[in-house]
Design a protein around this ligand. Structure first.
Ligand SMILES: Cc1cc2nc3c(=O)[nH]c(=O)nc-3n(C[C@H](O)[C@H](O)[C@H](O)COP(=O)(O)O)c2cc1C
Length: 433
């Protein structure tokens, strides 16, 4: 009897060991979990250089993006700074963005509080969601519909996209903003009911390494853009919002801020120059390269319209003539101090104390050139958010602070700038000390 029992228990033990050995590894290899990201790298590229280098990259090598690089880009995108604030300004006081990180093994969401990736769904969704351009990582920029509306969400994603662009580029990685309609490309992933996708950004090593030629060719009464001594990481850490200001700005400071909002790079891009044409990129991307925003500048001395350049090299006839200089200026449209008028037509009357107000206005006619994008107001808010983010970063680099306010009385702003209903004022960015 005893020996029968011993035999049975030995057989049972063998069975346990066998199944344990056979099954456990199978369970282990398929069980993905959340994971902490390493600390972000402190990127010391000077802010203005990273703005000069901003450009879209659409072809990538198979080389993986390291966790350290991903950590740095996600922190810049939407992480928490040393002071506990986010790396981008809240639009109307609300942070509503959600970032999905699509890797080969699974889809994750970025958790800023713990600087970690939370497992969302196992499986490789990169080529479905990022169908436009295949890359080792795809970032899905989404928003929480319980928290804000699609236009303000677009603006916050514009701020985030800009930090992703700058940081990726500074790490010699590349990315491009892609926004697909009518259905957001991230839908096959199956988002929660209260989330919607807007933008997908592939991320990887550029197939054609960056190759820039420093050729400003700057023809203007405005001073030349100067390098500050502040790095990209520091500018992101030190971006500051204020609600009241005092003091003046120098002409140099004003020019730096206005240029950051919508200007042209000093660099010519020779990275993938197969047809002998060099591109001069702008400080923000634009859907279809339309660049339909106008920047109005209001100071103590008057109201001005900013001309970033005489021509648009992306779709203009003159695109191929790279030798053309950047001809940039401010055209005065009204004499006198109208800051109080703008302040009264805005969400915050105290902005009248700011020495500089930069107001982004959408020219709807410029959104319908060869493909009518006038119905997609949120992508123009994306562009205005990207522009506002640039101004706030540039302000930080020059020890200034700003904010993002809204026109509460659109008709009053239009009448001040002598505009008809085809122009939509989007944001007012006050800057000062
Ligand atoms: C909201 C938005 C949507 C865009 N969508 C796409 C897109 O779907 N596919 C694409 O290849 N580029 C897209 N772009 C990138 C623009 O085509 C690009 O910024 C523009 O041509 C200027 O080129 P650059 O960024 O290299 O200076 C988009 C840009 C923005 C701001």
């Amino acid at each position: 009897m005893k020996s029968k029992l011993r035999k049975r228990s030995t057989a049972f033990c063998f069975t346990l060991v066998f199944f344990g050995l056979a099954i456990l590894p199978a369970i282990e290899t398929s069980s993905l979990t959340d994971y902490s990201l390493p600390s972000p790298i402190d990127v010391d590229m000077i802010l203005e250089e990273s703005i000069f280098r901003r450009m879209s990259v659409r072809e990538f090598t198979g080389e993986p993006v390291t966790d350290e690089e991903l950590s740095t880009i996600l922190w810049a995108a939407y992480g928490l700074r040393d002071d506990g604030k986010r790396t981008v300004s809240a639009i109307d006081g609300i942070h509503a963005a959600v970032i999905y990180v699509l890797k080969e093994d699974a889809a994750y969401t970025y958790d800023a509080l713990n600087h970690s990736l939370i497992l969302y769904k196992e499986g490789d969704y990169r080529d479905i969601v990022g169908w436009q351009y295949s890359a080792p990582i795809q970032l899905g920029l989404c928003w929480n519909t319980d928290k804000t509306d699609i236009c303000y969400a677009g603006a916050e994603l514009g701020e985030i996209g800009q930090n992703i662009h700058f940081m990726a580029n500074a790490l010699n990685l590349g990315t491009v903003v892609t926004a697909q309609g009518p259905d957001p490309a991230i839908e096959p992933l199956g988002l929660p009911d209260n989330e919607e996708g807007m933008i997908v950004m592939p991320l990887g090593h550029p197939k054609y390494p960056y190759n820039f030629i420093d050729k400003p060719r700057w023809i203007s009464l405005l001073p030349r853009i100067q390098y500050s001594d502040v790095s990209l990481s520091t500018a992101i850490q030190e971006r500051e919002e204020s609600t009241s200001w005092n003091g003046e700005l120098t002409k140099q400071e004003q020019t730096q801020l206005i240029w950051a909002s919508y200007g042209y790079s000093y660099f010519l891009d020779d990275s993938n120059n197969t047809i002998g044409r060099l591109d001069r990129h702008r400080t923000v991307p634009s859907a279809h390269g339309y660049y339909p925003l106008q920047m109005y500048v209001v100071t103590e001395s008057g109201i001005y319209l900013y001309f970033p350049n005489f021509y648009n090299p992306v779709y203009g006839l003159l695109r191929g003539i790279w030798n053309l200089p950047v001809v940039t200026f401010l055209m005065k449209i009204k004499n006198g101090d109208y800051r109080e008028d703008v302040a009264q037509a805005s969400s915050n009357p105290s902005i009248a104390s700011a020495p500089l107000l930069i107001i982004s206005v959408l020219d709807v006619d410029k959104t319908i050139r060869w493909d009518d994008l006038s119905g997609m107001l949120h992508i123009w808010y994306y562009e205005a958010g990207a522009s506002a983010q640039n101004i706030l970063l540039e302000a930080a680099a020059w020890d200034l602070s700003g904010n993002i306010e809204f026109p509460s009385d659109v008709a009053a702003i239009r009448s001040l700038f002598k505009l008809n209903d085809d122009f939509v004022p989007l944001f007012i960015v006050p800057v000062g000390r």
